[in-house]
Design a binder for this molecule. Structure first.
Ligand SMILES: [Zn+2]
Ligand SMILES: [Zn+2]
Length: 285
């Protein structure tokens, strides 16, 4: 085993022994950051392993693809298996316990983006993508690398918008569209400007059913990503999300235990921008 494999084996053992506690997941993420900076094939092989353990199947596939030789049957088989999991991309991967490690490519991407109050990390939630070669924004017509292909409700079928055209409202205006159904938002926000920002200037997210946007403290919440019970437990916020009029009985707790990220009962996590409380929404496929 090389040094990368040895370190990975240690981290994986720790992860399995602790049944995926937050520290062990964080350590895997930090090792992933480290491996991404290494310019060596043996490090990239291990990077693919780390991504797979973290259930980041898209990253695992994309890391592995350039490394695999046509004659390497075992690796080709693995690549095929990962390809079959690509549909869920990275968004159902294990959640990074601390977002401290915004280094490298991701940090540069995020820094170049307009800020979206109600959807702070659209890369993590996979509605923004980085194209290998420039694509054309259907609103401004400019060639862009970062594009949005999440929900957009308009008469025309629009599949590629740049972050700027979302942030300044020009996409919603040009196509008379919305990123979120204005009827599918929680009550309690008495401010038309906030609703306008949410539905016309904020990237949406992908739900199984009609997306619903939670609100708290008189404002819409920030969409924090896709979760299941496992992720809530890992974040230590099960009781916090249950402390919510939406979840008012013991049966609800049982229902919550059946929520699996990427499964047929899916959780969508929101966080209040004011009191920082986490709130959950779920739906079924
Ligand atoms: Zn544009
Ligand atoms: Zn609040």
């Amino acid at each position: 085993m090389n040094e990368y494999q040895i370190r990975y084996a240690e981290l994986k053992k720790r992860y399995e022994r602790s049944e995926g506690d937050a520290d062990s997941v964080q350590a895997l993420y930090e090792y992933k950051d480290f491996l991404e900076e290494q310019d060596r094939a043996d490090a990239k092989w291990v990077l693919a392993d780390v991504c797979e353990t973290l259930e980041l199947y898209r990253s695992a596939y994309e890391t592995l693809r350039p490394l695999v030789r046509r004659t390497d049957k075992k690796a080709l088989k693995r690549l095929g298996r990962l390809q079959g999991l690509l549909g869920s991309g990275d968004r159902f991967g294990l959640r990074r316990p601390q977002e401290g490690g915004k280094t490298g490519k991701r940090a540069a991407l995020l820094a170049a983006l307009p800020a979206f109050r109600y959807h702070p990390d659209p890369f993590k939630t996979e509605v923004f993508h980085l194209a290998d070669s420039p694509v054309t924004c259907e609103c401004c017509g400019k060639p862009v690398r970062i594009y949005y292909d999440g929900p957009f409700y308009a008469v025309e079928n629009i599949s590629c918008l740049c972050p700027e055209c979302i942030a300044d409202g020009s996409a919603a205006e040009k196509f008379d569209g919305a990123f979120q159904d204005e009827c599918s938002v929680e009550d309690g926000v008495d401010c038309p400007d906030k609703l306008d920002e949410l539905i016309h200037r904020t990237p949406g997210y992908e739900g199984w059913q009609q997306e619903y946007w939670r609100a708290h403290c008189g404002d819409y919440c920030a969409f924090a990503g896709y979760v299941g019970y496992r992720e809530l437990k890992q974040m230590n916020i099960v009781d916090e999300v249950l402390d919510d009029p939406v979840w008012d009985s013991a049966e609800q707790r049982e229902l919550l235990e059946g929520v699996v990220n990427g499964g047929s009962v899916q959780g969508y996590l929101f966080q209040c921008l004011h009191c920082k409380k986490y709130l959950l929404w779920i739906d079924c496929d």
